[in-house]
Write a protein that binds this ligand. Structure first.
Ligand SMILES: Cc1ncc(COP(=O)(O)O)c(C=O)c1O
Length: 380
């Protein structure tokens, strides 16, 4: 090793909160799995992406943006997109904020609101960034467990919220379980959020759940609430634009949007992303088709896996949370050898679970075959 490099370390400069953080786990690297499996076609089911082509309107918008060139900065206010989101959601554009993915908004909310030592309440199992971003700010994170049937434990939420959090992250549907809170459950939890706290309702997978009669529209549920809230949504999942990075928040009031504007990098959403999101928002038929196809596959694959004796949590999203009955790291490694990437879950109590986002019917069939073989062998 180069001796100059070896003797240099920035470790003492790093804040202790940051040094102690777990790393975000994006799942295994596609090239590495290709090399390990000897297959050039890797089936990637690790990041809750959609397998379908984008709307033709989106493709045209990105082409046009490319033709216009990239020498100019994007509109820092995202005016056209925030206005379109405001119109389609029935809120003034001043209550809409854009993010470089909705994860950017999770981070900005923590930066705008949290002081060291503040309490944040979220759910376990849950989305790791609901914990990582608060901890970057030196906040404490309390996690509310789900019920044994992966439902919302309203009593446990009540207890956790009584401890006086400053920020509450509630995902509906939940990642990684795919389960939804019903309207009654959401109302019961919301009623316990202290007036001095900000409620963040993360609806990253909401479009997939909307056809469920039990799934409450977050905006409807929170409209008129007498305390601050924000609903987060994204173009990454049902709209299929994960690679462009654009998400948005609809806030209870313009003051919150202005605070986020102060802490964000001014040009956080690039121009092709803004144009693509605008086009995607207008193509209702494409969204409906993606949701329909996804829900069909979720139902079909759930049934097949259950038929093979596996426990699968009922999902209203584009992924499944599956109990493999054996260490999930081992199952994930065996799947890598078959050129399939899923996420091995590592949160305490769920170390035998994997999360697999579904793909095309053909790829899903390969996944079901390989997973059931691996599980049958492991349980012999
Ligand atoms: C619950 C939840 N919220 C937010 C996000 C962030 O998505 P994005 O930054 O792509 O909008 C994700 C991504 O997987 C998620 O699962």
């Amino acid at each position: 090793m180069n001796p100059v490099l070896a003797s240099t370390t920035s470790a003492p400069l790093i804040r202790p909160e940051v040094a102690a953080l777990p790393r975000y786990d994006p799942g295994a690297d596609t090239d590495e799995v290709a090399a390990l499996s000897g297959s050039r076609r890797v089936i990637k089911l690790s990041n809750s992406e959609t397998p379908y082509a984008v709307s033709p309107a989106v493709a045209a918008a990105v082409r046009l943006a490319a033709e216009a060139g990239f020498a100019r900065y994007p509109d820092p206010s995202g005016k056209r997109l925030t206005e379109a989101i405001g119109t389609s959601s029935g809120v003034p554009a001043g209550r809409v904020v854009l993010g470089n993915g909705s994860e950017n908004l999770l981070e900005l909310l923590c930066r705008a609101v949290l002081d060291p030592g503040d309490l944040v309440v979220t759910q376990a199992p849950g989305f790791s960034l609901h914990e990582i971003f608060p901890r970057v700010m030196g906040a404490r994170v309390a996690k509310v467990p789900v019920t044994a049937e992966f439902g919302c434990d309203v009593a446990a939420w009540r207890d956790a919220l009584a401890a006086g959090p400053k920020l509450v992250f509630l995902a509906n549907p939940c990642n990684p379980t795919g389960a939804v809170l019903t309207g009654e459950e959401l109302a019961a939890v919301v009623a316990e959020v202290p007036k001095s706290a900000l409620l963040v309702l993360d609806e990253a997978y909401g479009e997939f759940a909307r056809p469920d009669p039990a799934y409450p529209d977050g905006l409807e549920a929170l409209r008129g609430l007498d305390r601050p809230w924000i609903v987060l949504r994204t173009f990454s999942k049902a709209y299929g634009l994960a690679g462009l990075r654009v998400g948005y928040g609809i806030a209870s009031d313009a003051d919150l949007v202005q605070a986020l504007d102060r802490v964000r990098t001014p040009y956080n959403v690039n121009r092709p992303a803004q144009d693509a999101a605008l086009a995607a928002l207008g193509d209702h038929a494409h969204l409906a088709d993606t949701v329909r196809r996804t829900r069909l596959e979720i139902a079909r694959v759930t049934e097949r896996l259950r038929g093979a004796g596996l426990r699968v949590v009922p999902s209203s999203t584009n992924f499944l949370f599956i109990d493999t009955g054996q260490p999930s790291d081992r199952v994930a490694r065996d799947l890598h050898r078959a050129a399939i990437i899923v996420k091995a879950w590592r949160e305490p109590g769920y170390e035998t679970y994997i999360r697999a986002s579904l793909s095309t019917p053909e790829d899903n069939d390969v996944f079901v075959r390989c997973l059931t073989e691996i599980c049958a062998k492991g349980n012999q």
